[in-house]
Design a protein around this ligand. Structure first.
Ligand code: CMP
Length: 135
């Protein structure tokens, strides 16, 4: 097992529904350790930069509007195989396809308002962590 770091975001729909504690509890119960944490409002510029890989998708403007609609919690998580472990814990992007007991199955509203983000690869984890936390 390799210790990895990954970037997690608790998104505005979950913050607005008072789910920060419930989601962090699931992370910790799955042996993911909160190393750094920030609560903030993303600017349009930050959200566009963060989701640049989706800029040509039809949902991009809706995604930027949503991610800047309220506060988010940005978390640097660490643990054994943290990238996959946290993606497994999140469940599928579309909550209707998410496995039982995953964060998205429990809390996501729909494919856009899906409560949480997690880095999908070591390279993206490094980039995403660097957007919010100094090394
Ligand atoms: P996330 O894991 O943060 O990565 C990209 C985000 O875009 C995703 O979660 C959703 O919030 C959103 N998203 C992905 N696919 C779609 C889709 N097909 N329609 C609308 N929003 C989407």
């Amino acid at each position: 097992m390799a210790i990895q770091q990954t970037l997690a975001i608790i998104k505005p729909d979950a913050v607005q529904r008072n789910l920060i504690g419930s989601i962090i509890q699931l992370m910790e119960a799955n042996k993911l350790v909160v190393k750094k944490i920030i609560m903030m409002n993303l600017s349009v510029n930050q959200a566009e930069k963060f989701y640049i890989i989706h800029k040509d998708r039809d949902f991009y403007s809706k995604l930027i509007e949503y991610m800047t609609s309220g506060q988010v919690v940005v978390i640097l998580l660490e643990g054994d195989n943290a990238i996959k472990a946290y993606r497994d814990l999140m469940g599928s992007t579309n909550p209707e396809e998410a496995e039982e007991k995953t964060i998205r199955k429990l809390y996501a509203v729909n494919t856009t308002y899906n409560s949480v983000h997690g880095s999908d690869s070591p390279e993206n984890a490094r980039i995403e962590i660097g957007l919010f936390f100094k090394s």
